[in-house]
Write a protein that binds this ligand. Structure first.
Ligand SMILES: [Zn+2]
Ligand SMILES: [Zn+2]
Length: 343
């Protein structure tokens, strides 16, 4: 089969012929229909996320069709349309020994980081890491649900968002744009979207933001105060993770406000005067990834027409053009939400 292979020593990525992997006990082989290119893939390619294996196939946002079953797999059939959750349990940590599974494992093994991913014609996965995709949901859309939509959806859960709560979203790339869309579905009100790019702000308005602000505008704090009737935000989501966005988002929180960190950066963060933070009972929570349940919810919402991610498929490229897809994402060419590979 064709697969994009990343060599950690040389830093090179090349599409090559490799053997089709064979499913072991409890595993399933999936014929990949579509797999996204994500910022975190770039982080591994650039060495910001240290590669764990000398050579690996990237790609952790995939959907496809079950092509082979390992021994003992009874919950799956050949031809099942599935979206792949990007993790499997380690089997050895205290939570795994208690039977916690992927949702509780303390050392989750992540697709495309701990084991081969889906920038390939086929990918191996655990039979319990799959969610069914009905015929009504295109596999390209299902691939977008994995990570790009499920991670922000999980972040709303982390914030314990309730309907009619005011929300601010900093950074309107793939994650933040979907966060706005999902906050709308979950009943947040008002929703304030913040990004320096005007095109990203306009897109957020189209997907359900009530207001879109430029975080570089000196009036931004006053605008948020005005929009929230002086109360500040109930929940803020920092999808950038820089100290500047963190500080601005924290300052915009109201009493008992929660700030969820979704973006990843090496910046050091400071909560400012302790008395302010404590008196206002602020919470700062780190968030990463999603649970199987989140992926199931999103397939349900898409199936019923509540959630439409068709606008999130920015381009579909053949696997051989992976380098072109990476270039477009790096250079923000056309401000892509998700570029997909079709092996
Ligand atoms: Zn991703
Ligand atoms: Zn574990």
């Amino acid at each position: 089969m064709r697969a994009a292979r990343f060599d950690a020593a040389t830093g090179e990525l090349a599409v090559r012929d490799v053997p089709v992997p064979q499913p072991g006990p409890g595993e399933v082989l999936v014929r990949v229909a579509a797999c996204g290119i994500c910022q975190s893939d770039l982080s591994q390619l650039d060495g910001h996320i240290r590669p764990r294996l000398p050579e690996i196939t990237p790609g952790h946002e995939a959907a496809g069709v079950v092509a082979a079953l390992g021994a003992g797999v009874r919950n799956r059939q050949l031809g099942d349309r599935v979206v792949i959750a990007a993790g499997k349990e380690c089997g050895e940590c205290p939570e795994c020994l208690l039977g916690g599974g992927t949702d509780r494992c303390e050392d989750l093994q992540v697709l495309a980081f701990h084991y081969d991913g889906a920038w390939a014609e086929y990918v191996l996965t655990s039979a319990v890491s799959l969610v069914d995709v009905p015929e009504s949901v295109p596999l390209e859309h299902a691939a977008v649900l994995a990570d790009a939509v499920s991670t922000p959806y999980g972040a709303l859960d982390t914030a314990q968002l309730r309907p009619a709560e005011s929300v601010g979203v900093w950074g309107l790339g793939g994650i933040g744009t979907h966060l706005v869309q999902l906050a709308r579905i979950c009943g947040a009100s008002p929703i304030i979207a913040l990004d320096p790019l005007e095109s990203a702000r306009e897109r957020a308005i189209g997907l359900g933001a009530d207001f879109a602000l430029d975080p570089g505008d000196p009036d931004v704090a006053a605008r948020i105060a005005e929009i929230t009737g002086g109360r500040g935000l109930r929940a803020a989501f920092d999808c950038v993770g820089r100290s500047t966005t963190f500080t601005q988002a924290d300052a915009a929180l109201g009493h008992r406000g929660r700030l969820v960190l979704v973006g990843i950066s090496p910046d050091r963060l400071a909560v400012g005067p302790e008395i302010h933070f404590v008196r206002n009972r602020h919470t700062v929570i780190g968030h990463t990834g999603y649970r199987m349940r989140h992926l199931e919810d999103l397939v349900e919402l898409t199936d019923r027409g509540r959630l439409d991610v068709s606008g999130s498929v920015s381009a579909v490229l053949p696997l051989d053009e992976v380098a072109e897809g990476i270039r477009r994402l790096r250079e923000h060419e056309g401000d892509p939400i998700r570029i997909l590979l079709r092996p």
